[in-house]
Design a binder for this molecule. Structure first.
Ligand SMILES: Nc1ncnc2c1ncn2[C@@H]1O[C@H](COP(=O)(O)OP(=O)(O)OP(=O)(O)O)[C@@H](O)[C@H]1O
Ligand SMILES: [Mg+2]
Length: 331
């Protein structure tokens, strides 16, 4: 039997003639039925929906996104970055591999009465791969990436925020996806904060209930630069918690060596020597440095040696050098 809230919403959408919502809700019911192992019912719903799919280029459902959550609180994108493109330490990589395997082989787990893990929290300073990893997980699982747009969810009326959150999760449940909550601390804030009113507690409570209700075919990835701000109850909801810290000097050497090898000319620097000059503190900075070199090198069209291009980029980066956050993690 489908969930009564979904049936009620379906009736409401039907009565109001809102075909787009009716379709989303019917898809949610199909997904719900499939999760309950009622494949026959789920297939029949899908067939009815397929038969009624509007032709290409017509109607307000085309082109993608196929369905919307009504509040514009979610941005849908097709992921392009694979996990092998990211530099992850062994702990993070093996945790991600496990999550991917559990999701891919969820049927085996369900046959044993278990669900795959599907809630992952990523913490760490800016520019070390939180957003990229959410995308890479979606890529590896061949799922769409749904990114929460806070500006469309959080309003100054917290009662309304709770409502919008509920609608957002109702939408998300309609299909398997990776749901990415960036700056998760913005919503999952510590409820004990003395400056907060009872209303924020309501928002957090709604969030927690929705997290509990999220089906395991929706993979939730929360990201935060401030894990200490997270409500402990929200924090506990995540079955996997990973730190994507600043690269260690050893990891940075690996990154630089790999990048230098991509040029077909001798760079005139060892990775170590170049890092001492540039002193990047995040993968993002290191990436920006090499992108800069590649741009200038391409434009030089063989008129300048690689070494001279690198020298000039080193000068540019060195001139930006003073920043109080500059430090390496110890190996
Ligand atoms: N571990 C990594 N391996 C390879 N590239 C990385 C890694 N981390 C970051 N990058 C590169 O740096 C850029 C920024 O990374 P990303 O947006 O994923 O960082 P973030 O942790 O989400 O930062 P923020 O906290 O500012 O949102 C991306 O273009 C990505 O390619
Ligand atoms: Mg990010």
């Amino acid at each position: 039997m489908a969930r009564s809230d979904l049936i009620l919403n379906l009736v409401k959408a039907g009565v109001e003639g809102n075909t787009s919502d009716a379709r989303s809700i019917a898809e949610a019911i199909a997904a719900d039925e499939r999760a309950k192992k009622h494949a026959g019912v789920a297939d029949r719903i899908s067939r009815v929906l397929d038969a009624a799919t509007p032709s290409k280029g017509s109607g307000r459902n085309s082109p993608a996104p196929r369905v919307r959550d009504g509040s514009g609180g979610i941005q849908r994108s097709e992921p392009l970055c694979s996990i092998n493109e990211l530099y992850l330490d062994a702990t993070a990589r093996s945790a991600c591999d496990e999550l991917i395997e559990e999701q891919r082989r969820a049927d085996v787990l369900r046959a044993h009465g278990m669900e795959p893990r599907h809630r992952l929290l990523l913490a760490g300073p800016p520019g070390n791969g939180k957003t990229s990893l959410a995308e890479a997980l979606a890529y590896e699982l061949a799922l769409p990436l749904f990114t929460v747009r806070y500006e469309a969810v959080v309003t100054s009326y917290l009662g309304e925020t709770a409502q919008r959150l509920k609608r957002l999760f109702d939408f998300v449940r309609t299909e398997p996806c990776v749901l990415f909550f960036d700056e998760f601390d913005a919503i999952g804030k510590e409820r004990g904060d003395i400056h907060e009113t009872g209303e924020i507690k309501r928002v957090v409570t709604t969030l927690l209930l929705q997290l509990d209700d999220l089906p395991s075919y929706c993979v939730l990835v929360g990201a935060t630069n401030h894990p200490e701000l997270l409500d402990r109850a929200a924090w506990r909801r995540f079955e996997l918690r990973l730190n994507l810290d600043r690269p260690t000097s050893h990891q940075m050497i690996t990154y630089f060596s790999d990048q230098l090898k991509k040029f077909d000319e001798q760079p005139g620097y060892t990775a170590k020597r170049l890092i001492e000059k540039v002193m990047p503190t995040s993968y993002s900075e290191a990436e920006a440095f090499f992108l800069d070199i590649k741009r200038r090198y391409a434009l030089a069209q063989g008129e300048r040696e690689l070494r001279s291009v690198i020298d000039s980029r080193v000068k540019v980066f060195a001139s930006r050098r003073y920043r109080p956050d500059r430090e390496y993690m110890d190996d």
